[in-house]
Design a protein around this ligand. Structure first.
Ligand SMILES: Cc1cc2nc3c(=O)[nH]c(=O)nc-3n(C[C@H](O)[C@H](O)[C@H](O)COP(=O)(O)O)c2cc1C
Length: 286
């Protein structure tokens, strides 16, 4: 492992390192307006949701390290503290990238990139018609993290109104991850696409309390075949099987040398307790 101490070595590598390590990041279009009513549209991946009551989104325009200039978006929200945030999907990616061009203040990137404006209900900036989810926000606070080039300003926004394409809405009120096709920003020129095999589900451990990996027998924790993900699933079980369950179980494999391989497959297939019984049975009979 290489260790980099930003305090003593300087932080020149910080942007490249952090923007490639903290990834993928969701991408927000921030649509703002200046005092003269001129509309601006820019993508930001230093962006996320930070609470639901009040509904809070934060994004961060970063001061240019080369020119020391602040982004037009930041100047605009200081003039008119309102922003429409629109989510970026795969079908929007190339136009979104075009919208990130450093056009002069006052240039409308909706026009430059070919996106269409929809008038907002409660704020002055419009939102992006092509996006499946947009949020009208009031800017409640701006926190500047430093005076130098490369410093970010956290623009903290309260969501007032959401606009959601109903085709993407599930009855539970959530947006359908499989349909949305959202994109994420990685380091350099890399992006990723949240669709197909890139999507997978992990059950939330909210209704039960797993025994933890530390409760598993050492011979399982030290397995060279089971991965950390398999141990995580075993540790999510609410109890170890009893000796009686292990002894009386008829879960078995013909190939005793490959018990860990078989258990691994069983865990992948969702038969987690059965896998643990098999592992413990093999040990008992060893
Ligand atoms: C996908 C993507 C994500 C970006 N994220 C950020 C970001 O989080 N912060 C930032 O300062 N610039 C970011 N940029 C660059 C800005 O979009 C770009 O500097 C833009 O010109 C700023 O426009 P403005 O000066 O009109 O606000 C990103 C660009 C792209 C393509």
């Amino acid at each position: 492992m290489k260790t980099i101490d930003f305090e003593s070595e300087g932080n020149r590598q910080a942007y490249a390192l952090l923007s490639s390590a903290i990834a993928p990041r969701p991408i927000a279009f921030a649509s703002t307006i200046d005092q003269e009513g001129r509309v601006n549209l820019s993508p930001f991946s230093f962006f996320n949701v930070f609470g639901a009551n009040p509904p809070t989104l934060v994004f961060a325009p970063v001061r240019s390290a080369r020119s020391m200039q602040d982004k037009d978006t930041l100047l605009n929200v200081k003039e008119v503290p309102e922003v429409a945030i629109s989510m970026v999907t795969y079908s929007m990616v190339e136009q979104m990238s075009l919208a990130s061009t450093a056009y002069e203040k006052g240039v409308n990137e909706y026009r430059k990139s070919g996106f269409h404006e929809v008038p907002s209900e409660k704020i002055k900036p419009p939102y992006v018609k092509e996006s499946p989810a947009s949020f009208e926000c009031r800017v409640v606070q701006i926190i500047e993290t430093g005076p130098e080039g490369g410093a970010g300003s956290l623009v903290i926004c309260e969501v007032l109104v959401a606009h959601v394409d109903e085709d993407f809405m599930k009855p539970e009120g959530v947006l359908d991850a499989e349909k949305l096709d959202l994109v994420g920003r990685m380091g350099e020129n890399w992006y990723c696409r949240a669709n197909g095999e890139a999507l997978f589900e992990v059950e939330k451990p909210i209704r039960k309390k797993g025994i933890g990996v530390d409760a598993l027998p050492d011979f399982i924790k030290e397995s060279t075949i089971l991965t950390g993900n398999h141990l995580g699933k075993l540790g999510n079980l609410e109890r170890l099987p009893s000796d009686q369950e292990v002894q009386s179980s008829n879960i078995m494999t013909n190939d005793q040398d490959k018990v860990h391989q078989v258990a691994k497959q069983m865990i992948d297939d969702g038969e987690v307790m059965e896998a643990l019984i098999l592992l413990m049975k093999k040990k008992l009979n060893a």
